[in-house]
Design a protein around this ligand. Structure first.
Ligand code: ADP
Ligand code: MG
Length: 392
């Protein structure tokens, strides 16, 4: 992040001809285990990554020549300036643009009575945009953190995460769960967050061993969907819960599911089996991290992948190849577990590795993935990072 910070400060000086007064950051995230459990009132287990958004800002001056009560913001990624209002009625645009994430957060801050005076800012990020590591939540949470810093007012972290989630719902038109904004706002170094999506409570689970790390591998594929895939998963889960007489699959045990199997279609049964199993696996993996039992944690990650591939059917050949290469390297080669992470049908895998073997693991994954698919993957290793904070 140090390099990103230096670049941000340099761009700020180039664009605005002075030094930044405020510098804030918020991280991207990866979900270690607990996939498609959020909308079933289950648990997810994300951690903040050592990549994020940095925003540098300063009070506006007359020479900046920006309309009263507005902010002038430059995105390095987009190579674009935009003026955004800081007061009055702020409404979502017709088509979602990158600055809608910022506008949505400013609108949410205004609702909470937090209003900043005119400022100029540079946004810079090393979270790949649209890569499944939640560059969007990082941008939202960094924006909210900047407004806190500028105004001297603070939100409680849950309120801040919910405000950012609302920006994503209303301004980015993305009906996401609470995970991304929660972990970006509240992540802690060397900890993974066990988040209960039923009541929004969190527990920090220590991931203490610096000998272990998380390897994120981008398959570089994103399969085109017909649009019915996610709604089908949701309604299958919802219908299975309803048929079996529970408020959500969170309330169901595997025994109850097996006892009620005849009343479900085969598809409903398999979707529910994934969710019920995944909720247990997530809790077991969290306990394994607490116990520094990384072999057990890794087993749950593999089991999660198998379930997402076979029962929930959200994997794809390229992702399966990455997980199988990781499995092939095995514990002797320093790999303890691997799985698809994110919504599915492409994106990234998350792999639990021994840090000392990181180079050989990455080499093998790259070589074998290229040989089998012709695609060059992108990879980086991270430890759990701190959530949003003020840099200076
Ligand atoms: P993900 O969150 O998985 O990276 P999303 O589609 O949810 O993917 O969010 C990506 C969008 O967020 C981008 O297309 C862009 O509109 C916005 N965004 C994220 N980071 C930045 C940035 N640094 N500058 C401008 N826009 C950004
Ligand atoms: Mg996103």
């Amino acid at each position: 992040m140090e390099q990103l910070l230096q670049e941000t400060l340099r761009v700020f000086e180039t664009q605005f001809g002075r030094e930044a007064r405020w510098v804030v950051t918020a991280p991207g995230r990866v979900n270690v285990i607990g996939e498609h459990t959020d909308y079933n009132d289950g648990f997810v287990f994300p951690m903040a990554i050592e990549r994020g958004v940095i925003i540098a800002a300063a009070p506006a001056k007359a020479s900046d020549d920006i309309p009263a009560g507005q902010a002038r913001i430059y995105s390095v990624a987009k190579k674009k300036f935009v003026n955004v209002p800081l007061s009055g009625e702020i409404l979502p645009g017709e088509q979602v643009q990158w600055f809608d994430y910022v506008r949505g957060v400013i609108a949410g801050c205004l609702e909470e009575g937090v209003q900043a005076d005119a400022f100029v800012a540079v946004i810079h990020s090393n979270v790949p945009l649209g890569g499944g590591l939640s560059s969007s939540a990082a941008l939202e949470v960094a924006t909210a953190t900047l407004l806190e810093e500028i105004t001297g007012k603070t939100f409680n972290p849950v309120q801040k995460a919910l405000l950012c989630q609302k920006a994503e719902h209303v301004f980015a038109k993305m009906p996401c769960g609470i995970m991304d904004q929660f972990i970006s706002a509240m992540g802690e170094k060397d900890n993974i967050m066990l988040l209960d999506c039923q009541d929004c409570t969190t527990q920090m689970v220590p991931f203490v061993s610096e000998a272990m790390g998380i390897l994120i591998t981008n398959s570089k594929v994103k399969h085109a969907l017909s649009g019915s895939e996610y709604p089908e998963r949701r309604s299958s889960c919802h219908d299975a819960a309803k048929i079996l007489g529970v408020a959500s699959l969170r309330e169901l045990t595997m025994e109850q599911l097996e006892a009620g199997r005849d009343r479900l279609t085969d598809r409903q049964y398999r979707r529910a089996k994934h969710v019920v199993g995944e909720i247990s696996r997530t809790l077991e993996a969290a306990q394994a991290f607490r116990d520094s039992n990384y072999a057990e944690a890794g087993k749950r990650m593999y089991a999660s992948h198998d379930s997402l591939r076979d029962d929930f059917e959200v994997s794809c050949p390229e992702i399966d190849i990455l997980v199988e290469i990781a499995r092939g390297i095995g514990p002797d080669g320093g790999v303890l577990g691997s799985r698809i992470t994110g919504g599915g049908f492409g994106g990234c895998t998350v792999t639990l590795i021994e840090m000392a073997r990181r180079d050989s693991i990455m080499q093998t994954l790259r070589d074998e993935y290229v040989a089998k698919t012709g695609i060059e993957p992108e990879m980086f290793v991270t430890r759990p990072a701190q959530g949003a904070h003020i840099i200076s």
